[in-house]
Design a protein around this ligand. Structure first.
Ligand code: SF4
Length: 337
């Protein structure tokens, strides 16, 4: 069952040069309890889609969608206030460059405490007993914070809790962000480029941690990434996005073994060669050209100018074809030709 169902989401942005359609009928269906990778080059519109789902639009945006549901809730029908409530309780986010999202003037302990659910009756009684002079009453809030940090692989919790963000590495800050994201047991975590600007070892650690969270707590994860190799390794489902258009979507097996779209195939070629991963000093395939800027978007299929299979009909926007849960948007899909 889909926990998050987004159909034909479009975002138009009013600019000095006129209205620009930055996201063009993007669709996403996130299965409850799964890891879903939304993969595309930088500037392809992944973050814009996440912001539209979260309701964090700028005033010059016009967002339209045929369907935008979280479970049974139609997000388009909620007031901004109710949308914010959902944001804090049911959807959590993890951002790239975590140190810039943590408050530099507050210790980690204070920042984690601020996102914990409000005190329960039991916690209130414990506090009261302490006030009455019973010194050996353990603070369940402290235990909660310790458990959260241990869950994300931080063993030296005392020193981390007493640190300011600038005293920690980027990888450690990201672990703290993940601990804060899971504090309220959200139904969905959106991780936006969670390993950008990190070393390779730290990147693998963060991806392993996200995978473990999904396996142990059944937390649904939407990972926005330009790293096809890392993201595909842990994803149950993937959606490829190019220049604001979702081009292919399906299970891991569909994408890796039966990719239909030239863009997906190009992504696969960057990590694979004849079914194997690239060897030492082997030439890496690169799609010719660059992603166009948002004020110079090609008409029809936006991959057209870079696509090795493009033909005249590609100036018409291809529609989405779906077969057995595998969707693609292309006039000349690979497997069918
Ligand atoms: S529709 Fe045409 S240009 Fe677009 S990906 Fe398919 S073949 Fe290439």
């Amino acid at each position: 069952m889909a926990l998050l169902d987004v159909r034909n989401l479009s975002i138009d942005i009013e600019t000095a040069q006129g209205k620009i359609r930055v996201i063009d009928k993007a669709s996403l269906s996130i299965v409850d309890g799964s890891i879903h990778g939304l993969i595309g080059e930088s500037g392809s519109g992944k973050t814009l889609i996440a912001k539209a789902i979260l309701g964090l639009h700028a005033s010059n945006w016009t967002v339209t969608a045929d369907r935008l549901f979280l479970g049974q809730t139609d997000l388009t029908k909620l007031s901004p206030r109710d949308r914010r409530k959902i944001l804090g309780k049911e959807i959590s986010t993890i951002f790239q460059e975590p140190s810039t999202y943590l408050d530099p003037s507050q210790k980690i302990r204070v920042q984690i405490e601020s996102v914990l659910p409000k005190k329960s009756w039991k916690q209130y009684c414990r506090g009261l007993l302490k006030k009455l002079g019973y010194s050996n009453v353990p603070s369940s809030r402290r235990l909660q914070i310790k458990e959260l940090l241990h869950k994300v692989g931080i063993q030296n919790h005392v020193s981390v809790l007493n640190s300011y963000p600038h005293q920690l590495s980027e990888g450690m800050c990201q672990k703290v962000m993940i601990a804060m994201a899971i504090a309220n047991n959200p139904r969905l975590i959106i991780a936006d480029e969670p390993t950008t600007a990190m070393e390779a070892v730290t990147q693998s650690q963060i991806f392993r941690l996200l995978y473990k969270l999904n396996q142990l707590n059944n937390t649904t994860l939407l990972i926005l990434s330009n790293n096809f190799a890392h993201t595909s390794k842990i994803s149950d489902y993937m959606t490829l996005i190019y220049c604001g258009q979702t081009v292919e979507s399906g299970s891991y097996k569909h994408i890796i073994e039966a990719a239909m779209h030239p863009y997906t195939q190009a992504m696969l070629k960057t990590i694979m060669y004849d079914g194997k991963e690239h060897g030492h000093k082997q030439e890496i395939y690169i799609l010719p050209g660059n992603i166009p800027s948002s004020n110079q978007l090609p008409i029809g299929c936006r991959l057209g100018p870079r696509c090795p299979r493009a033909q005249r009909i590609c100036v018409k926007n291809p529609t989405i074809t779906t077969k057995k849960g595998h969707s693609y948007r292309c006039h000349y899909p690979i497997k069918l030709s």
